[in-house]
Design a protein around this ligand. Sequence first.
Ligand SMILES: C[S@@+](CC[C@H](N)C(=O)[O-])C[C@H]1O[C@@H](n2cnc3c(N)ncnc32)[C@H](O)[C@@H]1O
Length: 248
Amino acid sequence: MQLSRKEIWLHRLEILDPRTLCKLTTRTLRRRRKDYRKIYRMTLRRWLLYHNKHIVFDECLWMGVSTLKNPLDAWIFQEIIFEVRPDVIIEIGSAAGGTTLFLANMLDLLGEGLVVSVDIDRSEFDIKHRRVKCVTGESSDPSTVAQVAVFCEDKTVLIIHDGDHNKPQVLKDLEAYSSMVTPGSYFIVEDGLVDLFKPNRVFGLFPDGGPLDAVEEFLERNRDFVPDRKRERYLITFNPMGYLKKVH
Ligand SMILES: C[S@@+](CC[C@H](N)C(=O)[O-])C[C@H]1O[C@@H](n2cnc3c(N)ncnc32)[C@H](O)[C@@H]1O
């Protein structure tokens, strides 16, 4: 007698009674769902705390290099880079360089462009890439700004700020670099979420405020930039109000 495909499958599983199979499967699925149920009950707030406490400093890597980034924000960076097609991406604050390498790899896919990495401390910086140029110094120091400006003349420029997150320093950097951003491109100010959570030891204490406070003050007196809130559509972002588009 020819067995049907279903019968062969049941036979292989050594469960010849479909009802028994059904019960077993349901039980397994339920057990699995129970595990996931706890995770799916997490609020966005709890997820952000979990990610910052347990993942970002130890287990978030791009091509094996430590990357202090929310992966959903990295996806948004990819979108912006594809749309803007920058000749130059200035990254203020690079740490180990995972994001620097990510940005260089995005430019590799587009076939052109440079990443200018600005950092005061190169002790952790661990990458080499032909598209990456390093400027080492305090970000708002006039000599640092001047060295960066050389790369930007007549170029399409995108800036990502991930340096000192204290409001006074973020404001200084916004003032020092905003004129370098090309209209239609972005000044991305990272980690404004610290202002949503403060005071909080998981995100650090910023007694004078952090990046979101700085952005709000900067926007009050600078009409060239608007926060592009559609870049926050995945809801989980480190950069609330941080995707600043230069409109003129
Ligand atoms: C949050 S980490 C950067 C993380 C990196 N962008 C990434 O995604 O992996 C901050 C970096 O900013 C640098 N930094 C802090 N204050 C700075 C300043 N005033 N000027 C230049 N770099 C600064 C620190 O040395 C550190 O490497």
